[in-house]
Write a protein that binds this ligand. Structure first.
Ligand code: ZN
Length: 172
């Protein structure tokens, strides 16, 4: 009771072979839309040649990410899969970095550090990429409803909830 799951699917067209796209606002907007105040949000892509990461979005570090990806996963570096698809580096980078991330929600906002942004990493663009954002948790208004209905039927409040509920005295 009171536990909700809300999800949205978005599509983004990436513009180059390697790219970093900031998704933070999309995630925050979806959490706000969901009305969920406490829980977590899952950001997932149904793709094998891109990744989801959490880190800083600053022009120089964005270049560094791409330099690192090219160095670490060597595009065209003699991979077998390149014989059919020419994107083995992208599969391996996606495998290592991962295709989802989860963030905690507290008070209706995602919990994150000042420099933490939710990022889509493209390794084989330009392509259309789908992003699923699934919000899990408790909605504040429903908690209040549940609290007032249980108050009418029985005195089930602990001392804490009695003190926190402004309607308790008047409805008694
Ligand atoms: Zn492939």
């Amino acid at each position: 009771m009171g536990y909700h799951i809300y999800w949205r699917k978005y599509s983004i067209d990436t513009k180059s072979k390697f790219e970093v796209v900031k998704l933070t606002k999309l995630v925050e907007d979806t959490v706000r839309e969901s009305g969920i105040k406490d829980g977590y949000v899952l950001v997932f892509i149904p793709h094998t040649t891109a990744a989801i990461a959490i880190n800083e979005y600053e022009p120089r570090i964005l270049e560094d990410y791409i330099v690192w990806i090219k160095k670490e996963f060597s595009p065209g570096g003699g991979w077998k899969h390149d014989e059919i698809d020419d994107n083995a580096h992208a599969h391996i980078a996606s495998l290592v970095i991962g295709q989802s991330k989860m963030l905690p929600i507290s008070g209706g906002h995602i919990t994150r550090g000042t420099w933490q942004e939710v990022l889509l990493l493209e390794f084989d663009g330009p392509r259309r990429r789908d992003i699923f954002i699934q919000v899990h948790g408790i909605r504040q208004d429903l908690e209040k409803e549940a609290a007032s209905s249980s108050m009418k039927s029985a005195n089930v409040f602990s001392k804490n909830s009695r003190n926190q509920n402004p309607n308790f005295n008047s409805s008694m």
